[in-house]
Ligand binder design. Structure first.
Ligand code: PGA
Length: 226
């Protein structure tokens, strides 16, 4: 198995600037510089500047992403973070996560606007879908299949099922890379990566601990070069 693989950490609402700094100080030096791996961390907005500065200064092979951005352009939208404000600070943005759909009422239409805003600011949208029925805007090239029952539950989908959903997504969006997310950990990660239609993983809980994240990256690297 040798292919390009995305490994994206989603910290959700965790880690102060100080905690984010110590995570990158211990993860950064242990990340492999490998052309086939695309590694990214999506911290809370407040951590982005410090993380990015440390990554740049030390040349760590990891991108920074936002966990969301506004469906509006810059302007009078209190509390919103417009895509343009992230420009130059993040490479990608997670959009349409099921926690935002559920807790904040985000609709498919709003998420489609967010995709437009991200693209207009040169930010790669990583669109989360919960099943193969979630609409995917045509120009989206990075999708994460994250079934709701699997998120944070310790009960991931089966790799075969995830592969089937990814295959269906690719059949209608041939340019899409499809990641799997939902209770991914060191023990199960390579069973997902081994699936032909899966191009990586979106990792929540297991990305928070620096050692756990490094172990996951290293095991993917080894399996990808076997
Ligand atoms: P989990 O979260 O790995 O903790 O299940 C994944 C996600 O919600 O992106």
């Amino acid at each position: 198995m040798t292919k390009q693989i995305w490994i994206v950490a989603n910290w959700k609402s965790n880690k102060s600037i100080q905690e984010a700094s110590s995570w990158i100080d211990s993860v950064g030096p242990n990340l492999p510089k490998d052309n086939l791996l695309k590694i990214a961390v999506c911290p809370p907005d407040l951590d982005i500047e410090e993380l990015r500065n440390r990554i740049k200064k030390n040349g760590y092979p990891i991108m920074v992403g936002a966990q969301d951005l506004s469906s509006f352009d810059v302007g009078a939208h209190t509390g919103e973070e417009a895509a343009k404000l992230f420009s130059g600070w993040v490479d990608l943005a997670i959009l349409g996560h099921s926690e935002r759909r559920r807790e904040l009422g985000e609709s498919d239409e709003m998420i489609a606007e967010k995709v437009k805003q991200a693209k207009g600011s040169g930010i790669l949208p990583l669109l989360c879908v919960q099943d193969n029925k979630t609409p995917i805007p045509e120009d989206v090239t990075l999708v994460a299949y994250e079934p709701i029952f699997a998120i944070g539950s310790g009960h991931p989908d089966t790799p075969e099922d995830a592969n089937q959903v990814a295959t269906q997504i690719i059949s209608t969006h041939p340019r899409a890379n499809v990641l799997y997310g939902g209770s991914v950990n060191f023990a199960n990660v390579n069973s997902f990566i081994a699936q032909p239609a899966i191009s990586g993983v979106l990792i929540g809980g297991a990305s928070l601990d620096s050692d756990s994240f490094v172990k996951i990256v290293q095991s993917i690297l080894e399996a990808n070069h076997e």
